[in-house]
Design a protein around this ligand. Sequence first.
Ligand SMILES: Cc1cc2nc3c(=O)[nH]c(=O)nc-3n(C[C@H](O)[C@H](O)[C@H](O)COP(=O)(O)OP(=O)(O)OC[C@H]3O[C@@H](n4cnc5c(N)ncnc54)[C@H](O)[C@@H]3O)c2cc1C
Length: 287
Amino acid sequence: MIAPTIHSAHETHQLLEPDWAEIIDITHEINDVSTYWLKFNDANLQANYSFQPGQFNMIYVPGFGEAAISICSNPNDHSLIGHSIRFVGNVTNAIKNLKAGDVVGLRGPFGTAWPMKELEGKDIFIACGGIGLPPLRPALYHIMQNREKFGKVTLLYGARTSNDLMYTDEYDAWRAADIDVQITVDRGDSNWTGRVGVVPMWFYQFRIDSRKTSVLTCGPEIMIRFVIFEALARRIPTENIFVSLERNMKCGQGSCGHCQLGPYFVCKDGPVFRFDALQPFFNVEEF
Ligand SMILES: Cc1cc2nc3c(=O)[nH]c(=O)nc-3n(C[C@H](O)[C@H](O)[C@H](O)COP(=O)(O)OP(=O)(O)OC[C@H]3O[C@@H](n4cnc5c(N)ncnc54)[C@H](O)[C@@H]3O)c2cc1C
């Protein structure tokens, strides 16, 4: 059992109080998802802000509340902080109504990160679906900037249709950095000549050296479960499988229990977990 971190009243206040950031630009990605490029009003804060691939911020809209949103921008670019946001509910629909020049509250970065140091020297297989790609994009940028430190890198990304694929204008740059980008859609149409089928189904088809491959996965929980199922069937050790969970959360700092999974708080102990830690509470044979 992992004991929750106890914060002093002063620390808790600091953790709960957002700093203000301006929306500098908004990029339309796909239906109901846009990327918001933010910059802290305080130039010092902006210059000193840093995060690791896989971490998230809490974005606050006065009068509506806060939502946990992964950071999807380049960890080495300190000019703007990017968040790709799907408009699903109270806070995210309030964000949809904001425009460049408006201000939001920002707390973070929070949570665990993809273990980029530990992955050095290994082959990496990234299997993700839908809005599971944004928290992995900083990892892709990191790999591109340190390409010689990693072995074979494969990205298998799936979406419902070709119109739901995110960041399509970046795939060529990722491929140019020797990342094997493989795309699949659940449903093809007359314009789609690529793979059709869900991510776990195609994952099964790839040649993987299980002795030196680590798997990173994020997306709908059902997809994650099947990816892990396939990875275990390929004899990839549980300690080489990393999962990012986007469970519903409220406080972002391990106080409220909204995102609890067994002994873990996803906001504080996650969102990135090594699967051996998660396995007893995330049964892949449950489906
Ligand atoms: C670590 C982490 C990272 C995240 N990163 C992103 C991101 O990069 N982009 C993004 O768009 N969203 C992300 N999310 C999800 C986002 O935080 C939720 O969708 C959030 O609830 C939206 O707030 P809202 O007030 O707009 O929706 P709400 O009004 O809270 O909820 C709308 C509906 O969505 C359901 N719901 C909310 N959150 C979840 C969830 N996590 N899983 C399943 N159902 C849920 C609710 O039950 C409700 O039906 C992330 C979540 C976590 C925990």
